[in-house]
Design a protein around this ligand. Sequence first.
Ligand code: ZN
Length: 155
Amino acid sequence: MTDDSEKHEKDHIFLCCHCGNVVMQQPIFRYDANLVFEEIDHHECREPYTFVAYKCSTCTGLTLTGSFDMYLEKAVSSLRPILYPLGPFFDPKDHTVSPRDPVPKSVTRLYGQAWPLRYRAPAAFANQVLRTLELICADQRAVGNALHEQLQDLE
Ligand SMILES: [Zn+2]
């Protein structure tokens, strides 16, 4: 661990998707790979890809990050995208399921805000999940007066 990006990674404080705390994550393992970036006419174009594993200082849960190094050059943070566990980041990177049927940002934002509550305040988390479901039903124009009726309408 000698280059500048590793110095930044030593001091990472981010949301632990195991315990829900925003705490110091200690880098414990780094693996530099050369992965296929794209394939054109059966020709593989490989680029440097780095995996970094962190250990949570609170719960010792393992978080795996990784990305192609070229993406880190323009990024503001030296933190690579989280590969495991995904926690509240359940949606695809561009917040879309398909170009025709995007997940509304209000839904992903609310779920992302509620997710850390699941251990600290389970009742509050459950309440926020209900609000998330209401947003989904509103987005899909589900018919019904109560949430359970709207959910049945979506089936
Ligand atoms: Zn943790």
